[in-house]
Design a protein. Sequence first.
Lengths: 341, 287, 321
Amino acid sequence: MLKIKKCDLAALFARISENNDLYLPVKTAGKTNFAAWDETADVDLDTLKTVKSPKDAFFPQSENLYTCNKQDGKTSITPEKLREEPFVLFGIRACDVRAIDVLDRVFLSDPVDSYYAARREHGIIVSYACHAPETSCFCKVFGIDAAAPEGDVVTWMVNGELYWDAKTEKGALLTAQIRDLLTDGDAAVVETEQAAIRAIVEKLPNSSLSLDGWGAEAAKTRFDSPVWEQLYKPCLACGTCTFVCPTCQCYDIKDYNTGSGVQRYRCWDSCMYSDFTMMAHGNNRTSQMQRFRQRFLHKLAYYPANNDGMFSCVGCGRCVDKCPSHLNIVKVIKAFEKEGV
Amino acid sequence: MEAMHECKYNPGFMRDTLIPMVGIITDIRTETPDVKTFRVNAPGGGKLFEHMPGQCAMVCVPGVGEAMFSITSSPTNKEYQEFSIKRCGVLTDHLHSMQVGDEIMVRGPYGNNFPVDTELKGKNLLFIAGGIGLAPLRSVINYCRDHRDDYGTIDILYGSRSADDLVQRKEIEAEWMNTPGVNVHLTIDRPQEGWDGHVGFVPSYLKELNFDTNKVALLCGPPIMIKFCLQGLMELGFSREQVYTTLELRMKCGIGKCGRCNIGTKYVCKDGPVFRFDQIDELPNEY
Amino acid sequence: MQELINRAKSLLESGEVSRVLGWRKGETDWDVEPAFFNSAEELSEFIYNGFCGANLSKYMIEASKLEGKTLVFLKPCDTYSFNQLCKEHRVDREKAYIIGVGCKGKLKIENIDAAGILEVRGAGYPDASEILTVKTLYGDREVSYKSAMLERCHVCKGKEHMVYDERMGESADTSDADRFAEVAKIEAMSPEEKFAFFQSELSKCIRCNACRNVCPACSCRKCVFDSTKFDSAQKANTTSFEEKMFHIIRAFHVAGRCTDCGECSRVCPQGIPLHLFNRKFIKDINALYGDYQAGADTDSKGPLTDFRLDDCEPSIVTKRG
């Protein structure tokens, strides 16, 4: 266990960024999101949840895949360069680290998505414990420990000092780059803090949410439930829940005509949008109820069925905080619990 | 090609599957007023890639769009690949305006295939197609004709709105009808001058033909035809395990990641497009 | 609140209305959701409290297509939107039974969080009490009601309902700021400062479309930004240019029709003050064509859809810079 004073973090970030691009929570116009670090960045480690999850670092909201250029009647296709330089993702919370596992099972399964894989290869995850969990958090339900995130390096802030614990080879390599800035820390201090965090987590209103009936079997048992019809009505069909979600991974592939060529890019898409499944000859999900149901069954039934029971929700609670109509996955889970179906 | 990048998650990586290859349109046949068949070759000749009957490929015109089409030629054709494409949207409109010699981007093959080398082998086969639904089945039919000894009798029931809307009519009449052990049953929806064949919808012709059930049926066409043909097959005594079809949903990636074609636990682009009806029964009714 | 439920029940029972459009209790005090109630039994879930900020007028577009009348609860500011939708023939006045509910200012839970309270629960939020006592896992905290209010309540257009069949409940004046003060502040900026301000705010946009989908003025059946026919449907925030285009085009499209209901800013997950665009248009329209409040009535002609001989020349815009 190593540590560094909070007031020396700027020096730490400067050092890390000598050899790596550094992304961390930065406050811009009042809201905190992951962004590239520079000396002027307003680093914000106090806000528990960034508005957007850090999935951008591996699966950007928008990225070019390749460019088509036409010359003398011949088209050449230039694939976008894959990430080759290391980068550090600092200050990522336990739920968001688990969300990367969820994404891995999609993007790293055969056939591997090379854009994502290259970023995973070169990304170093420095996670940060949740010292003040919020009402909307329910990561415990998915077996996530807010006091002990996964990651290449795990950090805690106790009494004005950042405790630093490298967990993997990547983490050890990063630690070696900054070792002289760190001093030895007492693991017992961290353990005391962890106990305090876990005590708070126990008291969170949704920590004991029951997932009974969800998982693979729900694909059949809950698809035709009348509960969906009652639940979806306030849904505005916006994509807020999907865009702030750390595990939503649906994307669109589109063209951007630059004038001299065509860039084929992919961008996040939302199963909440009416055109998501629209084909030239029709649409297989014509109502918002169907689209709403798809999102939650995908997270709580279809994905677990394909991934050894792992849910595609990590309990970060962003949808709970951000849905304009206050719909969210917690309400869905509770509604089914109430109906007993 | 040299590996672009060494990555532990992606060993031996050459080229992302989302990146297409440049193909050349080497022939265009006008099949019907709204269907054309495009022959595609690699720029240096030959095929862009190998495939199996029933598999699909993403066809793309940069700046216009990209969509999934079934490969209608048989893998036994070693020279080229073909796509029969009906004009019904932005991309297909554009494709119909293209000329021989034009470039076209293709990536694939995607999805599963009809089990021609396993479950279908040695069986009597019944192909039922409506309209452009012949496109995926043509690949299987020609594969089976080229491996004629591996299969029993082959019945092909094909119908469309009118005689002018029958896709691949030349090939059907010149080649399929002359293949030993292959029986072709054509039908059109309404009587038409110059047509002395059967008139009536495919499902009702299916009942008239009264096939025995010692067969595997492969069924492709518009949803309403599929629904009534399936009913017809059940009435004839077929079980759902004996009937295959293909599903069609919106697709973008072709590799089960972009989420569009997800129904239940399946991704139609990757786990399909070929499904047996007992497998479809397991899916939520959302296709 | 019980009076509202009782009244809704009796209107349902008498058959005068077929359903009720109101707000439903959530899992916490603040996560109330817009909801349709079809029976007296379902109305036990009805709630009306400080967190019923959602403007129900837009839901009346769908409700207007249903059999029978819908009882809808509208706050004073919501009635402007309802009127405007009537004027645009998007809702049917005959299909609505409107109970104008009193309003003492609506709250934004993020404003309570912003007061440094990380965990909030179990507080009642009595309307317009001066101080809210908030129970948190980290101890009880106090927040002034005013500081927790939505921005729009500080510049309230007044507590008069523009349209109603009957009115219930008390209102309290919450207005304590000049509606155009923020706009004036931006107008006073140098072009560079203005650009920096909007770039910083709009760079946060995630293109989730919440602002558009909640907006009562955005009632097009097919939005230009959903068209697949040309490049307007960019879901990507490819460049900052795209984000600005989206919001500026939207502001232009609702100009003269926007009632300044503030829903866009309420729902933005990134807290972008989107209302400032609309308010700039309102301020300019007021200056160029005379004071106009969209939704104050159902028969006046909108300033941008009406031609009068004494209309200002378009060149005035160039002159003003």
